[in-house]
Design a protein around this ligand. Structure first.
Ligand code: PLP
Length: 450
């Protein structure tokens, strides 16, 4: 069959990202996708799956969107690619920059384009250091990053990532990243007697010295680290710390941005205005490979005072086709009130998660902000008893969902978390179908335990 032929070629020639290479060579790819429509994708074998993760939390307008395809087609056939170096520019990149400035909070009025989220975070870290050099404070070079953060896999982003598997891969880390514990709200507010104070951001700044710290990088809601929603007041407390110690607040909005959390940006949930913001993924709903770093006026103006070439930029920074797709994507998000749908589907999803928690004693810690959700599997939630590490409960349930044609993702240091992040266009019936499949998958998993 076609699928078998493709699988053989895949095994031979395709080294997959973030996958077990031996398993791929032994077993072939898990699925070969051929087409998609709305919240579903179909394999070369004709099996239709509900994409409960929007692929990698990015295909926010769903699959097969003809308007996005048309916007791409139009730009591809007019002028597919230009260089932006040496002050060359193009219309979609300019109009998108203006649009982003109008959507972003506060005075985040400028953008440096990249091709994705990792590049955005590396760019932000480099530009922050450059900013402090221009301000006459070259010693401000360190970045504080949180435990369980995921910021990508380019070298600076990998170093900022707080998941141990990524953290030391190939030993290629940058200097100057210091790690703090996430969500120590009382500590960040200044309570020195709060538990774990020593690993808080506040204590870290005091220990390292504010004059050595360029910035703090934080996902408004941690994604790959387990869909961790901060307590109310946390991001505001971090903003205050940044103001108090003259440190830049870099919000990694790569997952949260463009409606995922029920607001245009994750930080909008807490009315916080960062100094820099990394964007990617939902910017084009995955129809173009585009990211960016948004900068506030102070940083833009300071960098703009530098009268020589800044040696940083990518071939695809400001790629006209990707920018044209992003413009259409943002137009649709506003025109079709996609964020309104996210808010109402959040309620449906929460209802579904509550049902699962009530029905299955092993389900706990259900949470959702917009359409960014997760639940956890414990052998005994009441006593906090995890499953035996050899059980891999989240993998088992995710696999059981996949057999029932639903794609979800297993996360967590104990393989206990299951993430749900469907396309933002999902409807009530589709949410209920997802919950029904998860329900069946958990039941099947419980049967394997006996
Ligand atoms: N930042 C966050 C919060 C992410 O979730 C991701 C990807 O999942 C990245 C950065 C890296 O983005 P990319 O894979 O486009 O380089």
């Amino acid at each position: 069959s076609k699928t078998a032929k493709l699988a053989e070629l895949d095994k031979k020639h395709f080294l997959h990202p973030a996958s077990n290479p031996k398993a791929v060579v032994d077993n072939g790819p898990a699925v070969i996708f051929a087409e998609g429509k709305g919240v579903t994708v179909t394999s070369t074998d004709g099996i239709e799956y509900i994409d409960g993760m929007s692929m990698l939390w990015n295909v926010n307008l769903g699959h097969g969107n003809q308007e996005l395809a048309e916007a791409g087609n139009q730009q591809l056939s007019t002028l597919a690619c230009t260089s932006q170096f040496k002050a060359f520019s193009n219309e979609p990149a300019i109009l998108l920059a203006e649009k982003l400035a109008s959507l972003a909070p506060g005075d985040l009025n400028s953008v440096f384009y990249t091709s994705g989220g990792s590049e955005s975070n590396d760019t932000a870290i480099k530009l922050a250091r450059f900013y402090w050099e221009l301000k006459g404070k070259p010693a401000k070079r360190k970045f504080i990053a949180l435990n369980n953060a995921y910021h990508g896999v380019t070298v600076a982003a990998q170093t900022a990532t707080g998941l141990s598997a990524y953290h030391h891969f190939s030993g290629s880390n940058i200097e100057g990243v210091v790690r703090a514990t996430a969500y120590l709200l009382d500590s960040e507010k200044g309570d020195k007697n709060a538990p774990n104070y020593e690993s808080s951001i506040r204590a870290t700044i005091e220990r390292e010295g504010a004059d050595t710290i360029a910035g703090i990088i934080i996902e408004p809601v941690q994604g790959a680290g387990g869909v961790n929603i901060p307590p109310d007041g946390y991001l505001q407390a971090v903003r205050q710390l940044c103001d108090e110690f003259n440190i830049l607040f870099l919000a990694d909005e790569v997952i949260c941005g463009f409606g995922r959390t029920g607001k245009m940006f994750g930080v909008n949930n807490w009315d916080v205005v960062p100094d820099m913001m990394s964007i990617a993924k939902g910017l084009t709903s995955g129809y173009g490979q585009l990211g960016g770093v948004m900068l506030n006026d102070e940083i833009k103006q300071t960098i703009s005072s530098f009268d020589a070439v800044v040696p940083h930029g990518f071939t695809y920074s400001g790629h006209p086709t990707a920018c044209a797709i992003a413009l259409k994507n943002l137009e649709i998000i506003e025109r079709d009130q996609i964020i309104g749908n996210v808010k109402s589907m959040e309620l449906e999803l929460k209802k579904g998660l509550k049902y699962l928690e009530e029905k299955h004693s092993i389900v706990t810690n259900c949470r959702a902000i917009g359409l960014l959700a997760a639940f956890e599997l414990y052998e005994d939630p009441a006593s906090g008893k995890l499953f035996d590490p050899t059980v891999f409960p989240a993998n088992a349930v995710v696999d059981a969902c996949f057999e029932r044609q639903l794609i979800l993702r297993a996360l967590g240091a104990h393989n206990q978390i299951i993430a749900i992040a469907p396309p933002l266009i999902i409807n009530k019936e589709e949410i209920n179908k997802m919950i029904q499949i998860i329900d069946e998958a958990i039941t099947a998993f419980k049967e394997t335990l006996n």
